[in-house]
Design a protein around this ligand. Structure first.
Ligand SMILES: [Zn+2]
Length: 260
């Protein structure tokens, strides 16, 4: 769905984005990051065409047909510079590319409640490679925060720590990942942010890639009851518990139940 308000909001986001790169804070922000990694899209879709588009789910548009991997809808407004998007974060992109391929090729496929161990994915330098995966999602998260702010949604989240993590190559202390099974959806959910009764800020969004999904979570001061289910590079474990992220299926089931 492409509504006038969506287009206005996106134009405003693009205009606001014409400033400095949020990562290095030095170069002009002149590069738009792919919301879903291009190699991921290619892996699950091949090459879409005019005749055979695919459907992308985004915060403003549900199931938009897309006819090329370079389509504008697939890219964030320009919040980072070409150097940070390319050279600086390339090792992080590569680590996720490898992990993503591994997870989708895994036999048997992921099972809800089952485990995936990082040292099976990255047999060497496990912690180092998994930290890069964490930093890949930290970059996407930072771009989503910029997008929210640019469209008038101020968030109580300090983007400075996201920048510091990427600039130093050290984990963001408050960003966690969960891995799960997806239901064929390709895209990303909106960024949800809320404050608990105790005043802690939590935020999260979901990266959906056909059969797998990654939930990316922010918990200020680690103040979050369920964080033990999520993975962090400094948690001392490289094990993920496979969660159920089949939200489309769940919604359909709920609808069916309500209709009975
Ligand atoms: Zn930069």
């Amino acid at each position: 769905m492409s509504t006038a308000s969506t287009i206005v909001a996106e134009a405003r986001a693009s205009a606001a984005a014409e400033s400095l790169c949020w990562i290095c804070k030095t170069n002009k922000a002149d590069s738009g990051e792919h919301k879903t990694k291009r190699s991921d899209l290619r892996a699950v879709l091949g090459s879409p065409s005019q005749e055979q588009p695919f459907f992308y789910q985004d915060l403003h548009r549900l199931n938009s047909p897309v006819k090329s991997l370079d389509a504008k809808i697939l890219k964030s407004p320009k919040f980072i510079c070409a150097y940070c998007n390319g050279t600086r974060t390339q090792p992080h992109d590569r680590a996720w590319e490898y992990m993503s391929d591994w997870l989708r090729a895994r036999q048997p496929p992921l099972k809800i409640g089952g485990f995936v161990r990082g040292d099976r994915i990255f047999r060497h330098f496990t912690r180092r490679e998994m930290t890069k995966v964490h930093l890949f999602f930290t970059k996407l998260f930072g771009c989503m925060i910029c997008e929210s702010v640019a469209t008038g949604h101020e968030l109580p989240i300090d983007i400075g720590l996201f920048s510091k993590a990427i600039m130093t190559g050290r984990p963001h202390p408050e960003v966690y990942l969960r891995l799960g099974k997806c239901d064929g959806t390709i895209g990303r959910t909106n960024l949800h942010c809320w404050t608990t009764e105790q005043g802690s800020v939590l935020a999260g969004w979901l990266y959906e890639l056909d059969t797998i999904a990654v939930s990316v979570l922010y918990a200020h001061n680690g103040a979050w009851r369920d964080r033990y289910y999520a993975w962090h590079p400094l948690s001392g474990s490289n094990r993920f518990t496979v969660a159920d992220f089949r939200y489309m299926k769940m919604a359909r089931d709920a609808e069916r139940k309500a209709a009975q």
